[in-house]
Write a new protein. Structure first.
Length: 196
């Protein structure tokens, strides 16, 4: 089985550096071009099933990728981004000054927004694992599954699956991470970045 994990394209919130978890903004013009670029690169892959976070920016990304594939994405609540609580929509610079995230959170995944009415990334990763396991149980070994999600949550999921052994940089907007799944093991095949 193959998985194609895609982070949504750049949004208006990204462009003006606002914290964006559950709050939403549509893809920007740059974001649309990014997703169109990655969609073109993914044309070589047969996609049999697709799942997306229900947040608009992920749905918009999935719809662009799937526009020529003839399948509709399934909305999966558990693939939503980390909820940053009352800090949603606030300047990312201000949020950084609060030191909520560990300076090396990319390594230790220390990110806990519960004191701000949000979520801990480990709870989000657990939800992603549950959804992923259900997908594996409902797919055939020869299928390719697209999953469209978000930066922090997808990074946390992938790191928990296999990146203790393999290094992965935080995915850029519209990056596609192609992963082989066989006999309970996940293995990185390829990383595709948009070319614009």
């Amino acid at each position: 089985m193959r998985f194609i994990f895609v982070r949504h394209g750049k949004t208006h919130f990204n462009e003006i550096n606002l914290t964006q978890g559950w709050c939403d903004s549509p893809l920007s013009k740059v974001g649309i071009r990014q997703v169109e670029s990655i969609s073109k690169q993914l044309e070589q892959y047969q996609i049999d099933k697709a799942y997306t976070s229900p947040l608009g920016r992920a749905v918009q990304t999935a719809n662009i990728i799937l526009s020529k594939k003839g399948i509709e994405p399934i909305y999966e609540e558990r693939f939503k981004e980390v909820n940053f609580g009352i800090l949603e929509g606030i300047s990312t610079e201000l949020v950084r000054k609060l030191n909520i995230e560990s300076p090396n959170w990319l390594e230790n995944l220390d990110m806990d927004y519960r004191p701000y009415e949000g979520e801990d990334i480990h709870d989000v990763i657990l939800k992603h694992h549950e959804a992923l396991q259900e997908i594996i149980e409902n797919c055939n070994d020869n299928e390719t599954v697209l999953i469209v999600g978000h930066g922090c949550s997808l990074y946390g999921l992938l790191k928990s699956l296999f990146f203790k052994e393999q290094f992965l940089e935080f995915p850029n907007n519209a990056t596609a991470i192609i992963v082989d799944y066989s006999n309970g093991n996940f293995k990185l095949e390829q990383i595709l970045d948009p070319i614009i």
